[in-house]
Design a protein around this ligand. Sequence first.
Ligand SMILES: NC(=O)c1ccc[n+]([C@@H]2O[C@H](COP(=O)([O-])OP(=O)(O)OC[C@H]3O[C@@H](n4cnc5c(N)ncnc54)[C@H](OP(=O)(O)O)[C@@H]3O)[C@@H](O)[C@H]2O)c1
Length: 313
Amino acid sequence: MLYRTLGRTGLKVSLLGVGTGGPSNFGQRSGVPEADIHRLVQRALEVGVNIFDTAAGYRDSEAILGRALQGVPRDRYYLATKFTPERDDEVVTPADVVESVERSLTRLQTDFVEVLQFHGVRPQRYHAVMERLLPAVLKLRDQGKCRWIGITEQYGEDGAHEMLQMALADNHFATAMVGYNMLNQSADNLVYPQCLEHNVGVFIMFAVRRVLATTDRLEQTIADLQKRGLVAPNALPDRQPLDWLIRGNVDSVPSAAYKFTAMHPAVSSVLSGTANLTHFEHNLRALEEPTLPEADHARLQKLFGHIVESIGN
Ligand SMILES: NC(=O)c1ccc[n+]([C@@H]2O[C@H](COP(=O)([O-])OP(=O)(O)OC[C@H]3O[C@@H](n4cnc5c(N)ncnc54)[C@H](OP(=O)(O)O)[C@@H]3O)[C@@H](O)[C@H]2O)c1
């Protein structure tokens, strides 16, 4: 396992991190029995994964993770969880945040998490959320409930990372979770330079998601980009448009996709939201050698580097 420094936290986190949300939602949406998820967590620990990302809003993911980690010494892993800053289009109260964090700690069977994140903050609500909730979160940090504060974007509606640009300018955060993949590389210019400048650790989400895991969906997405003039008409084949990436140590499009995201030096840990042990092993192999051939990387930049929109679902 490769390890990278998570920005100013100084933590050495595994390049492959386990995510408990996303489409699989730690197996809860894809119907994976909890015992299999426990096996996945055990396997992850065995191969050196030391960072687990979860959230109060991921159904029972925190509780499942807490049970899967029962008996594992607390110094063998780091936890990042989140609270939901808005409900019914209103910013929640500071008391709601405290309650959420207490519940997270109970469910995770721990006294503290390494990183407490504002979950999916929308750009138009960023200032209101900070004004109302940041003092309470700083207090939770002072009380030792978390060691660092992070923020995650609402990538589905903020593919241009507007919220993160505000957050990075404010510089309250030790970590940022960024939607980033081969088809939307816009964080390269819009987010990572500020992360490097302010020493902010970067977690990647949406590296593969559905679009890069499902050939049909990928073909439709590329066809749509071509129709809208965002990709040249004959730049890629209609069928299996990214299979040219499969060569050498790249054995699939998801493998190329995880490698691609890890290539940027600002990236600390790539979260894989798989609930499937075979996929996990595959993703682990991909991130053991986290590079694509230079020519393929350059071709991806040329094909998609100008696209600034939320592609991934
Ligand atoms: N705003 C936020 O704060 C936010 C939003 C989204 C995600 N996150 C966090 O980031 C984590 C990662 O997010 P993500 O869901 O975008 O991760 P991802 O790893 O890009 O996508 C996960 C999806 O890809 C599939 N997949 C993974 N590896 C595969 C493989 N080798 N072959 C085929 N399919 C594969 C998974 O299905 P299988 O289960 O079948 O493998 C799952 O449907 C989440 O778990 C969550 O912790 C945070």
